[in-house]
Design a protein around this ligand. Structure first.
Ligand SMILES: [Mg+2]
Length: 132
């Protein structure tokens, strides 16, 4: 049973995160909120999965091996110009200038770790209200 007025509350989320503990925590929260989520372990996997699947939101860890979140975001924005996918940066090192760097790379918003459920909820509902 969905305790919401929205008939279509569930979103397709791609979780780009290399840390298994963070993956598990985030997946649990997303599932609890009723969202559908896939996992990519680095930026290359993100680009690969986007070739065949579409998502409403990407939760993008900044620091990942192979290809980091900033580079992956730039590649996504170069490849798909319509910006229909929302990209939310998730970063561990909350440093001054991080937000600007993320926005400049083409991200839509920014969250710092450890991610709180309230933060995730408010950011996703914001993405939802801008959908289509
Ligand atoms: Mg990481």
């Amino acid at each position: 049973m969905f305790l919401t007025d929205e008939p279509c509350n569930s979103m397709r989320v791609l979780l780009a995160e290399d840390n298994p503990c963070s993956q598990e925590l985030m997946l649990r929260m997303l599932k609890y909120m009723g969202h559908y989520a896939d996992v990519a372990n680095n930026g290359l996997e993100v680009l690969h999965v986007l070739e065949t699947r579409s998502y409403d939101v990407i939760l993008m860890d900044i620091q990942m091996p192979e290809m980091d979140g900033l580079e992956a975001t730039r590649a996504i924005r170069r490849r798909w110009h319509d910006r229909s996918i929302k990209i939310i940066a998730v970063t561990g090192c909350n440093q001054k200038g991080d937000r600007e760097m993320c926005i400049q790379a083409g991200m839509d918003d920014y969250m710092s770790k450890p991610v709180k459920r309230e933060d995730l909820e408010s950011i996703l509902s914001c993405c939802q209200s801008h959908r289509h």
